[in-house]
Design a protein around this ligand. Structure first.
Ligand SMILES: CC(C)(COP(=O)(O)OP(=O)(O)OC[C@H]1O[C@@H](n2cnc3c(N)ncnc32)[C@H](O)[C@@H]1OP(=O)(O)O)[C@@H](O)C(=O)NCCC(=O)NCCS
Length: 185
């Protein structure tokens, strides 16, 4: 059953967040260079934030509102990142994508590998119609990752909700629909 399943990629296992991950989560998402582009992540980030997030993930997964996985190396080791889909965020079958990767392992293809796996599973296992991601125009890594995975730059939103990061600001809205995804597989 996909809701508790572990996804596998060449180098990663993608499984639900667990209590054992919380110290790694606090350390890695606590870095400003990671958090600055994550509009719902408090900064600084402390163990209570991590415990709240775990409870939220469990509740949202139970209610089928979010499909979220953390990435760990197949050979064992610390948490490397996470990717999630907020289901029906843009209408029925249209999900919002979010992701982050631990800074020590940036630029080794892990981000693309992790995000590809959750998107593939979203289309294949959850039957999604489309996935969208809002990316800061200054976030070169995330814009490049979206392009690499076949997302199309749909529009530039002039005043996107920046959540905890401040007043509304421009965002690139990337979108991958089912037909586009099918061309990538
Ligand atoms: C975005 C993020 C997940 C990318 O992870 P990563 O593992 O370093 O990315 P990858 O190595 O898989 O690279 C994916 C693509 O992006 C490119 N890329 C990665 N970092 C880049 C950078 N700083 N500048 C330009 N391109 C970059 C890679 O070259 C690759 O493109 P290619 O397939 O054409 O070679 C990571 O930088 C991160 O966690 N950033 C902070 C959190 C964040 O921004 N989350 C997204 C919010 S919208």
């Amino acid at each position: 059953m996909i809701w508790r399943a572990t996804l596998e990629t060449e180098r990663l296992y993608l499984r639900p967040l667990a209590a054992v991950d919380l110290p790694d989560l606090v350390r890695e998402i606590g870095r400003w260079d990671v958090a600055r582009f994550l509009i719902r992540v408090p900064h600084p980030y402390d163990p209570a934030d991590a415990r709240r997030w775990l409870a939220q993930c469990e509740a949202m997964e139970r209610d089928r509102r979010q499909y979220h996985r953390v990435a760990v190396p197949r050979g064992g080791g610390p948490l490397l990142g996470a990717a999630g889909l907020m289901l029906d965020a843009h209408g029925p079958g249209e999900a919002e994508l979010g992701y982050w990767l631990a800074q020590p392992v940036w630029r080794r293809g892990y981000g693309a590998e992790m995000v590809q796996a959750i998107c593939d599973s979203g289309f294949r296992d959850l039957g999604l119609r489309a996935i969208a991601a809002a990316v800061d125009p200054a976030n070169d890594a995330s814009n490049a990752l979206a392009r690499t995975l076949g997302f199309r730059l749909e529009r530039v939103e002039p005043a996107h909700d920046m959540g905890l990061r401040g007043p509304p600001a421009p965002a690139h809205i990337w979108r991958l629909d089912r037909a586009g995804w099918e061309k990538t597989i």
